[in-house]
Design a protein around this ligand. Structure first.
Ligand SMILES: [Fe+2]
Length: 224
């Protein structure tokens, strides 16, 4: 243990290293998911700031965005090598487990406890037809709604192995259409205003500094 660290700080630092390794492992399996996580973190923090979330909550939403798909690490390689637009039913079922797996990975790290729900509920829908629990609008934590909108926008506007990214105008349309079933309408409009004002995130590579800063600042805060 390093001399200047308390045992709690040391423990938090070890958890940071573990998360970094998990994230790198996922990046090797699926480079898209890793870069996507970094962009989702940035978009989610921008929306959280516009919504007036506290600085702690903005940071937690950012970490939720960063690790929202970390549970995909446990999915079979067939999912990552799939080049079809639609997955078979059995693979779809497998994909639907990733929020549960991600939350299970994070939940034993006590300083990340406020982040777990953002990972666990990022595929819930306003109409109650999401997964894994089918929560309805009022039951879904605001931070999870933020991550969900950021996730959709980035997924639509960037190239994936099986589909080309769409225009920003199409992404606005998809988000607005999605308000009927998926997303919180008020959040979507604020998100779109922010994109119109501040633009999209151009960097498509993993921002390792962002990841490090986010998780370290959470560790520092909770170690106190
Ligand atoms: Fe996901």
């Amino acid at each position: 243990m390093r001399q200047h660290l308390t045992s709690r700080e040391w423990l938090c630092e070890q958890h940071i290293k573990t998360l970094g390794e998990i994230s790198l492992a996922l990046g090797e399996k699926d480079p898209y998911t890793q870069a996507h996580g970094h962009r989702v973190a940035l978009y989610a923090m921008r929306l959280a700031r516009q919504l007036g979330f506290s600085p702690d909550k903005i940071r937690n939403v950012g970490i939720g965005g960063l690790f929202h798909d970390v549970g995909k690490l446990a999915l079979s390689d067939r999912i990552f090598t799939n080049r079809e637009t639609h997955l078979s039913t059995d693979l779809q079922q497998e994909v639907r487990c990733h929020p549960l797996i991600g939350a299970a990975l994070l939940k034993h790290i006590d300083f990340l406890e406020p982040v777990v729900d953002f990972v666990l509920f990022h595929h819930e829908r306003e109409d109650g037809n999401g997964y894994p629990f089918g929560l309805k609008a009022g039951e879904i934590p605001p931070g999870a709604k933020v991550v969900s909108i950021a996730d959709c926008f980035d997924a639509v506007t960037t190239d994936r192995p099986y589909q080309k990214g769409q225009s920003i105008a199409s992404a606005y349309e998809i988000l607005r259409e999605g308000c009927r079933h998926y997303f919180c309408e008020a959040y979507v409009e604020i998100f779109i205003e922010d994109i119109q004002e501040n633009g999209i995130i151009q960097d498509t590579g993993p921002d390792l500094l962002l990841a490090d800063e986010l998780v370290r600042s959470a560790a520092g805060y909770y170690a106190m």
